[in-house]
Design a protein around this ligand. Structure first.
Ligand SMILES: *Cc1c(COP(=O)(O)O)cnc(C)c1O
Length: 389
């Protein structure tokens, strides 16, 4: 087969091979090189594998210490964390919640679970997260404040919360978003599922909003198999989060009294045991992922039509998923790049389908999305495991 040396897809394959070797290479693999076996064995030996046990308490304390959040409540997955965080933020049926169109479906699904409606907004090319300037301009034409409440003038519904997401681990412009939330009377909740180990101006993502959420799914920076957490600075709210996620049962030696409809969202002790071992390795994972970014940057520096996404100014990213952006001039080659790289055993993926293009969210209120649409056409995630560096 003849291969044109200037062919963009083949250039990208070669750059990936230069960093990753011949492959096959996964998009993101977990790494269990610490105390996992020891803690899992101790957990099994104790018989406390399920809803109580010391690893849950330890994992929550370790997460709080790492992130600087006052409280961390461990739950079954990141989607459940978002669901409860939105309920605690006061999101009610028929409210609207502002979130980026460029996100994973879980962000919108959690809003839907509350009976609320996702209101989709545009992203910035710098952070890949919600663009505060575009949001402010959009709300200026679509919303008004009425007695401290933000009303969508087109739908008549209350806009309750602003739910940014730190895409692929890159912190979004939190100061800008806090300003918009303040001026329009919105509660800020952060979907930090992808950004454990990412800081905005020295403070950990997920700790700026009233609540923030993490995910420990198998493809995230650390994993508990399945798992998530809610980060909260307010102690009363943290008690509510614990109560709601543990079936809202009142503590008692034998009776089963539940004072509201709660959720069975507590993280099992066996998953928390894995989490404790993973969290111990997080600083090493972060260093490896940063090193991998540097190696990719070097390898892709000779291909002028692509840019590797770097952490925004003033931020430290965890580099969860490394991201290539094709220049607009070559965006029509994206599927050829996906085809060539996957054929060569280098697992690459396009951006998520934008939320307004998914059947369940097609009718949601949607701002103009010029940047998200462009990013979605040009974005490619490349192999990002900590073990590659
Ligand atoms: C992973 C992820 C979640 C939560 O996912 P779970 O699989 O439920 O843990 C939520 N939002 C975003 C943006 C994610 O990437």
């Amino acid at each position: 087969m003849h291969i044109d040396a200037n062919d963009l897809p083949q250039q990208i394959v070669r750059a990936l091979q230069q960093v990753c070797g011949q492959g096959p290479v996964a998009l993101h693999e977990p790494r269990f090189s610490g105390q996992e076996w020891e803690y899992l064995k101790a957990c099994l030996d104790s018989t406390f594998v399920s809803s109580v046990g010391k690893y849950v308490d330890r994992f929550e304390a370790d997460l709080a210490a790492f992130t600087g959040a006052k409280h961390a409540i461990a739950v079954v997955n990141g989607t459940a964390a978002l669901h409860v965080a939105l309920l605690l933020a006061g999101v009610e049926r028929d409210d609207e919640v502002l979130l980026p169109a460029l996100t994973f479906a879980a962000t919108a699904n959690a809003v839907h679970y509350c009976g609320a409606i996702p209101h989709l907004v545009d992203s910035s090319e710098d952070s890949l997260g919600i663009d505060p300037q575009a949001l402010r301009a959009w709300l200026g034409t679509t919303a008004r404040r009425e007695g401290g409440v933000c009303i969508n003038t087109r739908t008549g519904r209350r806009i309750r919360a602003l739910l940014p997401m730190h895409a692929f681990g890159h912190p979004c412009d939190i100061d800008g978003l806090l300003g918009v939330a303040h001026d329009f009377g919105l509660v800020l909740v952060e979907d930090a599922a992808e950004s454990l180990g990412s800081w905005y101006q020295g403070r950990h993502t997920g700790t700026f909003g009233l609540l923030g959420t993490l995910s420990f799914n198998g493809n995230k920076t650390i994993t508990t198999g399945g798992g998530g957490a809610i980060l909260i600075n307010d102690s009363a709210l943290a008690r509510r989060a614990k109560h709601l996620t543990t079936t809202a049962k009142l503590p008692h030696r034998w009776s089963y009294v539940h004072d509201e409809v709660g959720f069975n969202y507590r993280l099992p002790n066996i998953n928390a045991a894995l989490g404790c071992a993973q969290l111990e390795q997080l600083p090493g994972f972060l260093a490896s992922k940063r090193h991998l970014f540097e190696r990719y940057r070097e390898a892709f520096s000779s291909i002028p039509q692509v840019r590797l996404v770097a952490e925004p100014q003033g931020c430290t990213s965890n580099y969860w998923l490394q991201t290539l952006l094709l220049d607009a001039g070559v965006e029509q080659r994206r599927d050829d790049v996906l085809d060539a790289t996957n054929t060569a055993g280098m697992m690459t993926r396009p951006a998520w389908e934008l939320m307004h293009r998914l059947a369940p969210y097609a009718a949601c209120p949607t701002a103009p999305l010029p940047v998200a649409e462009s990013l979605a056409r040009r974005l490619i995630n490349i192999p990002s495991s900590a073990g590659l560096a």
